[in-house]
Ligand binder design. Structure first.
Ligand code: ARG
Length: 461
C-alpha cells in the first residue's frame, strides 16, 4: 500500500492517470537535501514548542541523518508511488524511525510552505554557483583584453564600420553586462532570503512554532511577513528566471560576434580545436558550435521565463497546484547555464585573435571621418561645418577610389582652408584611439584603467 499524505477522507487510491500526472519526483528529487535540512529545523521548532520530547527530537534527528546518508549514497530513492520529494522522504523517515515518531514531524507544516522554502534554498545556492562561473568568463575576457593592449579593430554600428576601437575595449563591452548579471544575482538574493516555513498551508500555524528560528537555521535572515504570500508568491522564481534569461541574452550577443569573427570574410579569430566541431561530410569544416549553442540556448532560457510567467498569471491566492510547474523551467535554466558557462569560458580563453587583420581593417570604410570632424572642432570650426568638410573628404575619396590618408596636403587645402597638415595626426589609427581619452573612451590609457576597475569589481564578488 503506497504512502499518501492525504489518505484519510478518500475511499480508494488515485487513478493511474492522475497518479502519473501528479508525479514530480523526477524533477523535485534534486531538492531532497534541502527538504531534509528543513525537516531538521522543523523538528527543533516542534521540540521548542514542547511538541517533541528531548528523546523524540534526538531520535528524529538521528533518523534524518540516516535518511540523508541513504539519499546521498543512492540507497534510498523515490518509488513510483511517491507523489513528490516530500512524500518520498516522509516514507523514508517512517521506515527508519517508525510511524509513532515519524508521524509527528508533519505537524504545523505543509508541503506548501515546504516547497516555497526549499526552492528558495536551492536557488540561492545556485545563484552563488552561477555567479562564480560568470566571474570565470569575465576573467577570461579580461585576460584576453590584457593580452592585447594595443590591438585595434573596426568598431561597428549597424554592423558597418564606424570608428576604430581597441580589441580590449570591445571585449570588455561584453564583460560589463556579465558583471551586472553577477550583481543582479547578488541583489536578487536579498529578496529571495525569506523563509516561508511557518506559513503552513496558507494561514500560519496554531502550534506555537517559531518561524524566525527555523529561518535562521536554514540560512535565511528573515521569515515571511504574510503566510499567504509566503506560500503562493513565485516572483522570486520569476526574477531568478529573468536573470538567467538575461545571462543567456548576454552570452548570445558575445556568441554572435565570435561566429561572425570566425568567418573567412572577417578572419578576426581562430577558435581552438578543442572548442570547435567538424562536419560529417565536409572535411575542411571547423564550426563555432559552442557559440551557436549559446545563441540557441538563450532562446530556450527566454522560453523558461515566459513559460513561468504565463503559469503565474491569473492564479488566485493562495497555493494552487499550477505552482508545481515553476520548477522544471527554472531547473532547466540552471542546468543550461552550468553546461554553457564553462564552455564559453574555455572558448574565449583559447581563442586566437588575428590582430594584424583587425588593425588593417580598422581604418577602412572611412572610419576616421569623425576624427577629421572632431579635429576641426578642436581647431574651433563649428561642428556643423566640420561635419560638412569631413563629408566632402569622404566624397572626394570615394570618387577617386582612395582612402582618407591618401589625400594630399593640396587635396585637403582645396576642400577647406581649415584642413592644415596637422589633421594627419588623427588620420592614423593610434592617433584616433589616443584622442578618445575621456572616461569610458577607447584610448589605451583609459582602457587600461577600465581593465583594472573590471578586475577590482570581479575581486569584490
Ligand atoms: N509538489 C508540489 C509543488 O511543487 C508541492 C506542494 C504540493 N501541495 C499540495 N497541496 N499538493 O508545488
Amino acid at each position: 500500500e503506497a504512502l499518501r499524505l492525504w489518505g484519510g477522507r478518500f475511499e480508494g487510491g488515485p487513478d493511474q492517470a492522475l497518479a502519473r500526472l501528479s508525479l514530480s519526483t523526477h524533477f523535485d528529487w534534486r531538492l531532497a537535501r534541502h527538504d531534509i535540512a528543513g525537516s531538521r529545523a522543523h523538528a527543533r521548532a516542534l521540540h521548542r514548542a514542547g511538541l517533541l520530547t528531548d528523546e523524540q527530537l534526538e531520535g528524529m534527528l538521528e533518523g534524518l541523518d540516516r535518511l540523508e546518508a541513504d539519499v546521498a549514497s543512492g540507497v534510498f530513492t523515490p518509488v513510483l508511488e511517491d507523489e513528490d520529494v516530500h512524500t518520498a522522504l516522509e516514507r523514508g523517515l517512517l521506515e527508519r524511525v517508525g510511524p509513532d515518531l515519524g508521524g509527528r514531524l508533519r505537524a504545523g507544516r505543509s508541503r506548501n510552505d515546504q516547497i516555497a522554502t526549499l526552492v528558495r534554498m536551492y536557488l540561492r545556492e545556485e545563484a552563488r554557483a552561477i555567479a562564480d562561473r560568470l566571474l570565470d568568463l569575465i576573467g577570461a575576457l579580461a585576460d584576453q583584453a590584457a593580452a592585447h593592449p594595443d590591438a585595434a579593430m573596426p568598431g561597428r554600428t549597424h554592423l558597418q564600420h564606424a570608428q576604430p576601437v581597441l580589441l580590449g575595449h570591445q571585449l570588455m563591452a561584453h564583460a560589463w553586462p556579465l558583471m551586472r548579471d553577477v550583481e543582479r544575482l547578488r541583489d536578487w538574493d536579498r529578496r529571495a532570503a525569506v523563509s516561508a516555513y511557518g506559513s503552513g498551508a496558507l494561514a500560519g500555524s496554531s502550534l506555537g512554532l517559531d518561524p524566525e528560528a527555523v529561518a535562521a537555521e536554514l540560512g535565511f535572515p528573515a521569515s515571511a511577513e504574510n503566510s499567504i504570500d509566503g506560500t503562493s508568491a513565485r516572483d522570486v522564481v520569476a526574477e531568478f528566471s529573468f536573470v538567467t534569461a538575461m545571462i543567456g541574452v548576454d552570452l548570445s550577443r558575445l556568441s554572435e560576434e565570435v561566429i561572425v569573427w570566425a568567418t573567412k570574410e572577417f578572419s578576426f579569430v581562430t577558435l581552438d580545436d578543442s572548442f570547435s566541431t567538424g562536419s560529417s561530410i565536409m572535411p575542411q569544416k571547423k564550426n563555432p558550435d559552442v557559440a551557436e549553442l549559446a545563441r540557441g540556448k538563450s532562446g530556450r532560457m527566454i522560453g523558461d521565463l515566459t513559460g513561468l510567467l504565463a503559469t503565474l498569471k491569473g492564479l488566485p491566492l493562495a497555493y494552487n497546484r499550477d505552482l508545481q510547474e515553476d520548477k522544471e523551467p527554472v531547473f532547466d535554466a540552471v542546468d543550461t547555464l552550468h553546461l554553457l558557462l564553462p564552455a564559453m569560458t574555455g572558448m574565449v580563453a583559447t581563442m586566437t585573435f588575428h590582430t594584424d587583420r583587425m588593425a588593417e581593417l580598422a581604418p577602412q570604410g572611412f572610419s576616421l571621418a569623425t576624427d577629421i570632424a572632431e579635429w576641426l572642432v578642436r581647431e574651433r570650426v563649428p561642428f556643423r561645418e566640420a561635419h560638412e568638410i569631413a563629408g566632402a573628404c569622404v566624397r572626394e575619396c570615394e570618387e577617386r577610389g582612395i582612402d582618407l590618408p591618401d589625400l594630399t596636403d593640396e587635396d585637403f587645402a582645396k576642400i577647406s582652408p581649415h584642413l592644415t597638415p596637422g589633421v594627419r595626426e588623427v588620420l592614423v589609427v593610434p592617433g584616433s584611439l589616443a584622442s578618445r581619452s575621456g572616461k569610458g573612451g577607447t584610448a589605451p590609457v583609459r582602457v587600461a584603467e577600465q581593465l583594472e576597475r573590471l578586475r577590482a569589481g570581479a575581486r569584490e564578488h
